[in-house]
Write a new protein. Sequence first.
Length: 403
Amino acid sequence: MASGRRVLSLSTFLKKARQTVGLSGIHGARAHGPGAGGSELGDGRMTFVMGNQASDLDSMVCCVVYSFFLQVRALSKGSRCRYSPLINIPRKHFRLRGDASEAFAQANIDVDSIPFLDDVDLKQMAESKSIEMVLVDHNKLSASQGFLSPHVVSIVDHHVDEKEYLSTTASRRNIHATGSCATLVALEILSSSVGSSVVCPEIAYLLSSVILVDTCNLDPKMNKTTQKDLDALALLEKKGGVLKKDYSKLFNKILNDRNDISNLSSEELLIKDTKFGLVNGLHFAIAGVGLDLRAWVFRDDKLIDAFQSFRKQHKLQFAMAMTVFTDSKGIFRREMMIVGSPSVTKHVEKSLLASDLKLSPISIGIGAPEKESEVYWCTFEQGNVKASRKQLMPLLKSILTHR
């Protein structure tokens, strides 16, 4: 295939993905016949590209764009393999993510054509060995999706490598510390023989948007930007991506779209952008919330009840909210709230206070838990604003491992 010649448009690819996974009602459908499916072995399997369970903008864009790239590459080689994105949340939760909704609309992507978690029977397909999984923006499946482990064949991620699935991913592990997973996706695509036929202006815009958000608009104070991020943005600009002079404008717009939570309940805020973990039999979750804790309590004076309902629904030993916001003086701030069973939560509290997160206890107007209560909570200002969930998750895993 000549470089730059388009053999497949993104919209056509997504429509075919919808048909293949049976969004018309046949959930769990598999491709029929030898060579019709997504495995590069050509044995009839579908290959899903899936982001993490938080499904933030980075995860969603990467699973859509990277699956499209894999499909175009397969076609360029004469392969009949099938690839599809899979957004790792129920479809009804997509409306909670205003930034993603706006970004996809700007890129003329029909979200109805993208498969979501509840559109596919992954367990059935895993049992019939009719799928393979490519992980983007994470390199270890959540506990609830552990049944997919034997089917993981490739990983693209910017988090700490947890050394999982080494026997099945082999050399197909693009895991490097960058500000955004979109950076790794962009660089891999643009360095390939089909890069020019994949990265149209709409895709260049999407990938650029994600990189800017994940690096806090390349702010050196946040210590998130790497040379790879800068390289990717420069290359994407040449493909019709965001111009350097427009970085701040776009970044602020995406933040405004993301932070418009005026119509969301506390329960929706807790599930909107959440990562789940399991260590030593202890289930926990970290929700990213764009609202300071005092304002949250002002909105909902039954906030503890919302946390408890969330814990019960997901069977969690504790739930955390890691908030991020800009105060009235324009200063970037982070706060943290932990709610859970007393013994585990107090252990986590003590360990985090001794960490480099630089936590300081604060009062947010909800009082203190009763001494004999079955639930314990604590709230903090986070002095180390550079530390995000990317750093908190491995810290929590270490704390719970040595409990």
